[in-house]
Design a protein around this ligand. Sequence first.
Ligand code: SAM
Ligand code: SF4
Length: 324
Amino acid sequence: MIRIEDKLGRRFEKLRISLLNSCNFSCVYCVSEDFGNIQPETTFKPIAEEQLSIEDFTRLINGVHRLSGLKSIRLTGGEPLLFRNLIPLIQQIQKIGIPDIRLTTNAYYLKESAKRLFEAGLTSVNISVDAIDLYVFNKISRHPNTSRVFQGIEAAINAGLNVKLNAVIMRGKNDSQIIPLLDYATVKGVKIRFLELMKMGHLYHAENGLFFSEKEILSIIQKKYGIERIQREFASTANYWRTSGGGTFGIIANESTPFCHDCNRLRMDSNGYFYGCLSNSHGEKLSPYLHNDFLLAEKLKELLLLKQPVKFHGSELSMRNIGG
Ligand code: SAM
Ligand code: SF4
């Protein structure tokens, strides 16, 4: 295998794929106000290029895996449960020889699909849940029926999937939900990660007062619980703590505690463009190089050089395009 590594010893070991850039939610941090008036069950498609087929995805994953020896794949979006061929794709990825297959989802359609996804070979699922209070959650997601998310969480746990919860915390919108979310996760026996807001997409140039820091999140939790820091795992985006209440939570804090120094992630969007770093606003197609391992390795090296050394400062692309 050709060694593809940068000066900091970083390699591509995890691939995140945005299977499609459309979604049935319009979360305020992910979708600009311009999309605010869409009907709940309709989906938006801001990028007009051809969506990749399952064969295209499989070919590209295979090519990158051949050279990088991928340890895991995360399927995301947009909303990956809207991707019609999700189960066959998971089966194909298993055949390629990548055993750790993960999903990030809003869980709206998970109740119906969790068991089949587990049986197809999915190992774990990260579920976005920004509030326990449904009024607050509906307002953030701009969807009237977020109660289905909780049914999806139940189904995923019952199916045997390894479940983690994600909540983006915004000042004045859902900072009141930190303790209810932590307590819910503790009762369910799953980890929850609180995310600092990232300057992605429509937030890239925006000066907004929504940012809520790691320090502020910790201070709220410490008013109720004693906390103990857990040793950070290699290439983890989150730092974790145990609480005196028996729970475990993490914080993904790009601003306060950046995690670029040992980043091992490569991203692909639904049109087959690859991104070496979340801060990239333009991707690179790898399909023309799949037939030549030398050229493909050169391209992967170029993508690796696009990683930030310490911290990334956002991107003009939204998370749903680049694959959050
Ligand atoms: N639709 C799925 C979901 O919501 O989980 C998968 C795609 S979503 C883009 C992946 C993750 O990105 C979610 O956990 C979401 O909360 C997070 N995200 C999106 N925009 C963000 C932003 N501006 N700052 C921080 N996290 C963001
Ligand atoms: Fe959809 Fe996920 Fe973006 Fe929310 S964060 S709008 S659920 S892609």
